[in-house]
Design a protein around this ligand. Structure first.
Ligand SMILES: [Zn+2]
Length: 307
C-alpha cells in the first residue's frame, strides 16, 4: 500500500492506494495557503496512522531538482520551503514529490486510457493548459524540474516587418502571459483565454461553454473563434507529438468535457503531424479527479521497481 497526497490550491486529498489503483482511507482537508507550519501539520496529521511508510505527493507546483524548493504560485506558504526534506525531518519518512500534471499523465499511463503505451503526453485543458510527458512508465524529468509545459513559449509573435493597419488588425494580439512571456499558447488556449479571444474576434462577452454550444449549432462568430483556437492549438500540439513521439494523448481538464472540441482538436493535430494514424491520438482521460492521487501512487510503484 502507498500513502499518497494530491495537493492543490484549495484542498489536500489524501488516500492509501493499493498497487492495483484501489483507494481507501480517503480524506480531504483545506490547503493552508499562508501558514507553512499549518501546511506541514496538515500533512503530518494525515500520515500519522502509518508512521513508517513513505509519502508520495502530487502538487500544483514544481520542485526544483537542485534545492528541493517548491514553486507553487497558488500556495504562497511554500515559497522557499524544501518540502520533502522538511517533511522527512519532521516524520522520518521518505517523501517523493512530483508535479500534478506529470502525475496525471503517469496515472493515465499506468491505470487509465494510455495503459500499454510507451510514449504518453497528457494534456490538461482547463483555466490554463498544462501537460506531462511519460516515457516507458516514468515521468521524464526536465531542466529545472519542468517538463511538458507546452503552453509556455511564444507562439504568437510580433510581425517581423511593419504591417499596414488593415493587415495588422488581422493578427491575433500579443497578450501578456502569467509566466511573464508575451504570446504564449496559454494566452489563447484556456477557458478564460478563449473567452478573450472570442471578444477580440468580434464576439460578445460569453463563457467558454456558451461559445462551444454556439459553435456546435453552427454559429458563425463562434466558428470563427474556434477556427483560430484550433489552428493555434493544433499547431502547438503537433509540435509536441512530433518531438515526443506520443502514441496517445489523454486529455483532462474542464474543456475536455466538450467532447466535440476534443474530437475537433484531434483532427486539427493529426492534420499537422508528420506521421499518419489510423485512429484518434487525443482521448478523453479515464481517471477524472483521482488522477493526481493515482499518479502519486505510481511514484511509489516506481521506487519499488527500482529496489
Ligand atoms: Zn506563458
Amino acid at each position: 500500500m502507498i500513502l499518497c497526497a494530491d495537493i492543490g490550491g484549495s484542498f489536500i486529498d489524501f488516500a492509501v492506494v493499493h498497487p492495483d489503483g484501489r483507494t481507501e482511507h480517503r480524506r480531504s482537508v483545506p490547503t493552508p495557503l499562508d501558514n507553512a507550519p499549518a501546511f506541514i501539520g496538515a500533512l503530518v496529521a494525515l500520515c500519522a496512522p502509518w508512521p513508517d511508510m513513505p509519502l508520495h505527493i502530487a502538487i500544483a507546483g514544481v520542485e526544483c531538482p537542485d534545492t528541493g524548493i517548491i514553486h507553487a504560485a497558488n500556495i504562497p506558504c511554500l515559497q522557499a520551503l524544501p518540502l520533502a526534506a522538511h517533511l522527512h525531518r519532521e516524520t522520518g519518512r521518505a517523501v517523493r514529490i512530483a508535479n500534478d500534471a506529470d502525475c496525471f499523465a503517469l496515472a493515465e499511463a499506468h491505470f487509465g486510457i494510455a495503459k500499454g503505451h510507451r510514449n504518453v503526453f497528457g494534456v490538461i485543458l482547463g483555466t490554463g493548459i498544462g501537460g506531462g510527458f511519460v516515457l516507458d512508465g516514468r515521468i521524464v524529468p526536465g531542466l529545472g524540474g519542468v517538463t511538458g509545459e507546452w503552453g509556455h513559449a511564444p507562439v504568437v509573435i510580433p510581425p517581423p516587418v511593419p504591417l499596414d493597419q488593415e493587415a495588422a488588425e488581422t493578427l491575433v494580439p500579443l497578450f501578456r502571459c502569467g509566466c511573464g512571456i508575451s504570446g504564449c499558447l496559454d494566452t489563447i488556449a484556456g477557458a478564460r483565454a478563449l473567452e478573450r479571444l472570442h471578444l477580440w474576434a468580434g464576439g460578445t462577452p460569453q463563457t467558454s461553454r456558451a461559445i462551444f454550444e454556439a459553435w456546435q449549432t453552427g454559429d458563425r462568430q463562434a466558428g470563427r473563434t474556434l477556427d483560430i483556437w484550433l489552428s493555434y492549438m493544433g499547431a502547438g500540439l503537433a509540435h509536441v507529438i512530433n518531438v515526443t513521439g506520443s502514441t496517445i494523448v489523454p486529455v483532462a481538464g474542464g474543456l475536455s468535457n466538450a467532447h466535440a472540441l476534443v474530437d475537433a482538436l484531434d483532427e486539427a493535430v493529426r492534420a499537422r503531424i508528420l506521421t499518419t494514424t489510423s485512429g484518434p491520438l487525443l482521448r478523453r482521460a479515464a481517471l477524472g479527479a483521482d488522477a493526481g492521487l493515482l499518479g502519486a501512487a505510481c511514484l511509489g510503484l516506481d521506487i519499488r521497481a527500482q529496489e
